[in-house]
Design a protein around this ligand. Structure first.
Ligand SMILES: Cc1cc2nc3c(=O)[nH]c(=O)nc-3n(C[C@H](O)[C@H](O)[C@H](O)COP(=O)(O)OP(=O)(O)OC[C@H]3O[C@@H](n4cnc5c(N)ncnc54)[C@H](O)[C@@H]3O)c2cc1C
Length: 397
């Protein structure tokens, strides 16, 4: 809640003028706060005499951990479909919920949601909290954040998971701040600690050189984001039964300061290496445009996409949208061919879930061979043309 120190307040009215929500009105020379307050903190930042402060809900959570129960997944819904990461999180969430002996719920926000709730149930959810409202047709931080935070306050889940997508990365930190809860971003592993049921949130740290396991012992909910393709979805079971709870959000909570005029797919979405069954990736060993052309040719012959190490991206040979790894994308194709890539941990993190990994490198001791299913020691400039020719020959046959 927003707290006002009347002794410190000088009645200047700056807080009222800066409040975008009309949540503060001056009365008898002092500010009064109404229910429109979102705890955004703008008034606190603008109060020069320090008369305003925000008391977060975490205080209640800290003394009342046992009353928080259940595992929730924020089921991102965009362009008329559920983001695949939501189904992957339901797979992970199912395991966590079963270990804790609690229910698994999905939160579905959007407009014209159709059969999405049934799909979430078929992938493991026991309950779906659904807010289907035209005001949620386009993603906006404030409306989505308000609705999700209100649902969390009302139902008190102990764990909230979301995809580390552009939307998840934008709204989830906001919700964590509103709840006064901790948040671990980009987790690669989630588990329950036996002694106290705490969520063990593991993620790469110190530039990927160690894996750190983080717990939030004092606040609820425990919040984590997970990158797409890190967890595995459950097999779809159309016979699964669950409950769909339709929730009507109050209009003032759906209001946004952002007006979406248009939504356009970026080049990154078009060059989507995360959805391809085959990724042929280029590293520094490809040595420039001539080498990149060989990689592209092999990818075309296999009907796959071109990936890259950061070294190749930093050298300007290909755009960032193709980067695989800790600061790029995570991919899990059926086949990943690493060409002239050494296998630094920051790269391996982004591709180690591939079903089959083929590494081509002239250095027999390159770490990429530690994760490779098949290793070819040799010069990429000799091997790639032969491989491409063989693939074309097979296709022709
Ligand atoms: C915080 C942080 C985040 C990072 N994020 C990422 C990330 O998201 N993705 C990423 O990829 N990296 C990332 N990196 C960088 C990472 O540490 C490595 O520097 C990078 O992956 C190296 O790329 P590379 O394997 O292409 O190049 P190098 O390590 O230079 O390896 C080139 C390889 O090519 C081989 N080679 C050379 N010529 C030939 C030839 N003719 N034929 C066959 N083989 C040949 C060499 O033997 C060598 O093994 C990150 C680093 C940090 C610190």
């Amino acid at each position: 809640m927003l707290k006002i120190d009347l002794d410190a307040c000088i009645g200047c009215g700056v807080c009222e003028a800066n409040c975008a929500f009309g949540a503060i009105t001056m009365k008898d020379g002092h500010p009064e706060v109404n229910e429109k307050c979102t705890l955004c903190g703008t008034c606190v930042d603008n109060c020069e005499v320090g008369a305003l402060s925000i008391e977060r809900e975490a205080k209640a959570g800290q003394t009342d951990l046992a009353s928080w129960s259940g595992v929730w997944v924020f089921a991102e819904f965009r362009r008329g479909r559920i983001a695949p990461v939501a189904l992957e999180l339901l797979g992970a969430g199912r395991g966590l919920a079963d270990t804790r002996g609690v229910k698994l719920a999905a939160v579905l926000l959007g407009s014209e949601l159709g059969g999405a709730a049934a799909e979430l149930i078929a992938h493991g959810a026991d309950t779906v909290f659904q807010v289907d409202d035209p005001a949620l047709a386009h993603f906006t931080d404030d409306a989505y954040g308000n609705v999700l935070a209100d649902l969390i306050r009302a139902h008190k889940p102990e764990i909230v998971l979301a995809g580390a997508t552009a939307i998840g990365r934008s709204v989830i930190p906001r919700v964590a701040t509103m709840m006064g809860a901790g948040l671990t971003a980009d987790c690669t592993q989630l588990a329950i600690r036996e002694e106290d049921g705490a969520l063990l949130q593991t993620r790469p740290a110190f530039g990927g050189n160690i894996m750190a396991t983080i717990v939030c012992p004092d606040t609820r909910p425990q919040m984590a984001t997970v990158r797409p393709l890190v967890m595995k979805p459950l097999t779809r079971d159309a016979a699964r039964r669950g409950e769909v709870v339709n929730v009507a959000a109050p209009p003032e909570r759906l209001r946004s300061r952002v007006k979406v005029l248009d939504s356009v797919a970026s080049e990154g979405e078009q060059a989507n290496i995360t959805e391809s069954d085959v990724v042929v990736a280029a590293g520094r060993g490809m040595d420039g445009d001539k080498g990149m052309a060989l990689v592209k040719e092999l990818a075309d012959a296999l009907g796959g996409a071109v990936g890259a190490s950061r070294a190749a991206v930093d050298s300007g040979w290909i755009s960032y949208h193709h980067q695989v790894g800790q600061t790029g994308k995570t991919v899990a194709p059926k086949l990943y061919i690493a060409c002239g890539i050494s296998g630094a941990i920051q790269h391996v993190i982004g591709m180690q879930s591939a079903e089959t990994i083929v590494a081509i490198n002239k250095d027999p001791h390159a770490p990429i061979f530690d994760v490779a299913t098949y290793g070819v020691v040799g010069d990429v400039f000799e091997i790639l043309p032969k491989l491409t020719a063989k693939m074309k020959e097979r296709k022709g046959a």
